[in-house]
Ligand binder design. Structure first.
Ligand SMILES: CC(C)(COP(=O)(O)OP(=O)(O)OC[C@H]1O[C@@H](n2cnc3c(N)ncnc32)[C@H](O)[C@@H]1OP(=O)(O)O)[C@@H](O)C(=O)NCCC(=O)NCCS
Length: 188
């Protein structure tokens, strides 16, 4: 009985420290030239080309809208948070990023995608830094990871630049990276 109480107290303490979605107000956050903000239905035209759910891309606008509705439900259920990335100089959406699973275990799988025309211009690095800071300091995540493929050089480069290190080889040529700023990674 005593052990059960100790375990319950530990769970309570962990829960108190974590702040899971949904938030009273959707967290729109900004730093320098980049903002992360909630995605509206009116954004779907801009984001159609990069809309996906569970790694399956939308092939029609209707599918993209339905996927966004599922993402919104995941947010309301406390499982995910998905932001649109805005270039503050032009006020245009350049991509999306967010945490897509693991939050209820104090962990977060971080994912991101830029619209093709905004790649190679330095938008994603600060966007991911904002998301990482939010994950650790607001949600209270203890672990942040990301999954990509061995061929995705741009994603691997991005993750290493952000102090992720490779932690596992997965099936289908996928690899897992974990945010470890305490360890110096190669080729960052
Ligand atoms: C992965 C992905 C987000 C990386 O995008 P990216 O444009 O390379 O990353 P950033 O926006 O941070 O830009 C950094 C690049 O812009 C270059 N750059 C050009 N102008 C710049 C500027 N003014 N400031 C900073 N960087 C600039 C940098 O040199 C860097 O290029 P490098 O990686 O060749 O050194 C993008 O390729 C993508 O959307 N891929 C499809 C989805 C995907 O694979 N997601 C990953 C899941 S983990």
């Amino acid at each position: 009985m005593q052990l059960r109480n100790v375990a319950l107290n530990i769970i309570r303490l962990i829960t108190i420290k974590m702040k899971l979605p949904p938030f009273d107000n959707f967290p729109n956050i900004s730093y320098g030239n980049i903002s992360l903000r909630q995605i509206q239905n009116s954004d779907m035209n801009d984001l159609m080309d990069i809309s996906c759910y569970n790694a399956i891309p939308a092939s029609t606008m209707q599918e993209a809208i339905e996927m966004q509705a599922r993402i919104d439900k995941d947010y309301m259920d406390g499982n995910s948070i998905h932001w649109g990335i805005v270039d503050n100089q032009t006020n245009k959406l350049v991509g999306t990023c967010g945490y897509y699973r693991g939050l209820n275990n104090g962990e977060g799988e971080l994912g991101c995608v830029l619209l093709p025309r905004y790649r190679g211009q330095g938008f994603m690095t600060p966007a991911m830094l904002l998301a990482i800071d939010f994950g650790i300091n607001v949600i209270g995540l203890k672990r942040i990871w990301a999954v990509t493929t061995t061929q995705n050089d741009k994603a691997i480069h991005l993750l290493k630049r952000l102090h992720f290190i490779k932690t596992a080889d997965l099936q289908d040529d996928e690899i897992e990276f974990e945010y470890r700023p305490d360890i110096k990674s190669e080729n960052a």
